[in-house]
Design a protein around this ligand. Structure first.
Ligand SMILES: Nc1nc2c(c(=O)[nH]1)N[C@H]1C(S)=C(S)[C@@H](COP(=O)(O)OP(=O)(O)OC[C@H]3O[C@@H](n4cnc5c(N)ncnc54)[C@H](O)[C@@H]3O)O[C@H]1N2
Ligand code: MOO
Length: 507
């Protein structure tokens, strides 16, 4: 839109005793966002209007009556696709770890008392030693290889005295001219040529029963629940699941998000010319959404005016299934926007048909080009939040389309948009993924509260202190880029500890 003569109703930095912007209290807005997401999960909201994709994976609880995906309903996906999702069911061990009684060290599995005659060798992955060890017998063994029945302990190579051939002395305490294993010999690299000459081994010291033997199921018992439902699938969780015998995992799919950037003045490349402004909201949304557990699967830039927004938020026409001999009809317009070639392709379960959250950037205020409210009215949407008593970011909006899709309206000013995204969008995504809110608190100094509005102040943590970094004007992300959290300063705050909303990626 042309740059409008927007006059800020307040100066962001100070309290100033100015009248509050109207809207629900900040905490209440966040609560409403969580409740709206919950309603989506439990199916209180109508099914999605998108007619396409049964989104991939096998539903664990099944799709809705129309065969479509249900937001938050678990799907079973290959391990790699589960990364970043949350477990829909507890993770159980399909196998015991270790799967058998195995050697914990390279050395000799021995039976009974020394000296031991070496009667064979077992490599990890090789054939197990076929018969039980008898007292006085040993097999050379590699770490992780199953010990034969009858093994009383494993003697480490470095604790072993080894002598080739038959013992010359009957007394184990005086084994004669013994030698340590040749440190240069790689006993596992290959068989020694010809018939292996029997070796005799002794321990350098006493060998306690059971030493260096890992018992079957000692680390994880078969069938044990190792992680509860709701845990995020990290790289380590993936590897744990693989180690426990899983090829797939039941997860709550990442909520698919569509982004609509509005404004004729907004450009996406280069230095903005006069009257133009470079998009500084679209670029943070994919990362923020990913961090909150969702995925941006489509985005679009709409010109100003009600019609483009109306078209984008309208239910698409039903797709006719392609008939023999006819090519499939082109995709209908839909609120999902266009698949953005700059984004990684979404996995099958997050395709556009699954979109349940649409983010509209700009157009949320009261100017002549701010059409979001009017369009929502025309669509018969239920407006759940219309303005929040927060600075910055008061012109934010949450609505539910008749199809159930949630529309989050972010203000055009980038820092205000970030605050609004953390207020409405992130709690929605966290709720859809089954995550619980992990807030932290800190003490904060030298901030003036507003009498009626919550303030979101960019801070850095120093121990349990939160120190404002400044530069957090509504139109600039400078302060947020310096910060690791936003401090939530309630109206009329008197120095109590404040909630700190973590920002993604500051480590
Ligand atoms: N009469 C009123 N005017 C305004 C109010 C109000 O309550 N009454 N609120 C002000 C506040 S606070 C904010 S925040 C903005 C929100 O405005 P909109 O959401 O309608 O957004 P626009 O008007 O389109 O843009 C505002 C501002 O942000 C720039 N912008 C827009 N999109 C982007 C983008 N993607 N990246 C970077 N910058 C963007 C736009 O050029 C404007 O400068 O409304 C105030 N006015
Ligand atoms: O201060 Mo406006 O909220 O720039 O949100």
């Amino acid at each position: 839109m042309p740059v409008k003569p927007h006059h800020h109703p307040h100066s962001h930095g100070g309290a100033g005793g100015r009248p509050s912007c109207r809207g629900v209290a900040w905490e209440e807005a966040r609560r409403i966002a969580v409740a709206a997401a919950r309603a989506l999960i439990v199916g209180n909201a109508p099914p999605p209007h998108s007619p396409d994709v049964p989104i991939g994976g096998s539903p664990v609880q099944g799709p809705d009556a129309g065969g479509r995906s249900v937001p938050g309903a678990p799907v079973v996906v290959p391990l790699v696709e589960a990364l970043g999702c949350r477990l829909a069911l507890p993770l159980r061990a399909s196998v015991a770890v270790p799967g058998a009684d195995v050697a914990a060290m390279d050395g000799y599995a021995v039976g009974g008392e020394p000296p031991w005659r070496v009667v064979g060798r077992v490599l990890a992955g090789g054939r197990p030693y076929g018969c039980p060890l008898r007292a006085g017998e040993a097999v050379e063994i590699a770490t992780g290889a199953p010990v034969p029945d009858g093994t009383s302990a494993v003697l480490r190579h470095e604790d072993a005295l080894v002598r080739p051939g038959a013992p010359t002395c009957a007394s184990p305490s005086a084994p004669g001219p013994a030698s340590s294993p040749d440190p240069g010999r790689d006993g596992w690299a290959g068989e020694r040529g010809g018939a292996p000459s029997p070796e005799w081994v002794w321990g350098r010291g006493p060998l306690e029963a059971g030493r260096h033997v890992r018992r079957r199921g000692e680390d994880v018992a078969e069938g044990a629940v190792v992680l509860e439902a709701g845990v995020a699938v990290t790289p380590v969780v993936l590897a744990l699941a693989a180690g426990l015998g899983h090829d797939t995992l039941p997860v709550r799919p990442r909520p698919a998000v569509s982004v609509l950037v509005t404004g004729d003045e907004v450009v996406h490349e280069g230095v903005p010319g006069p009257g133009r402004v470079r998009d500084a909201i679209g670029p943070f949304l994919p990362g923020l959404v990913e961090w909150a557990g969702g995925r941006v699967v489509a985005s679009d830039h709409l010109p100003d005016g009600q019609e483009p927004l109306l078209r984008a938020l309208s239910p698409p026409a039903r797709l006719e299934p392609p008939r023999p001999g006819r090519t499939a009809p082109p995709s209908p317009p839909s609120h999902v926007g266009r698949a953005d070639p700059r984004l990684p392709p979404p996995p099958p379960w997050a395709r556009a048909g699954a979109v349940r959250v649409v983010v509209v950037c700009g157009a949320s205020s009261k100017g002549p080009a701010d059409h979001l409210r009017a369009v929502l009215d025309r669509l018969g949407a239920e407006v759940l939040v219309d303005g929040v008593a927060v600075r910055p970011g008061h012109p934010q909006l949450l609505a539910r389309l008749r199809c159930g899709t949630l529309v989050v309206g972010l203000p055009g000013n980038p820092y205000a948009a970030l605050g609004a995204a953390l207020t409405l969008l992130v709690p929605i995504l966290r709720t859809l993924t089954g995550a619980t809110r992990a807030g932290s608190a800190g003490t904060l100094a030298a901030v003036r509260p507003h009498p009626e509005d919550t303030r979101l102040v960019a801070v850095r943590r120093r121990g349990d202190q939160a120190v404002p970094v400044g530069h957090d004007r509504p139109g600039s992300l400078w302060g947020a880029a310096l910060a690791d959290a936003l401090a939530v300063v309630p109206p009329g705050w008197r120095g109590e500890p404040v909630e700190l909303i973590e920002l993604p990626g500051r480590g």
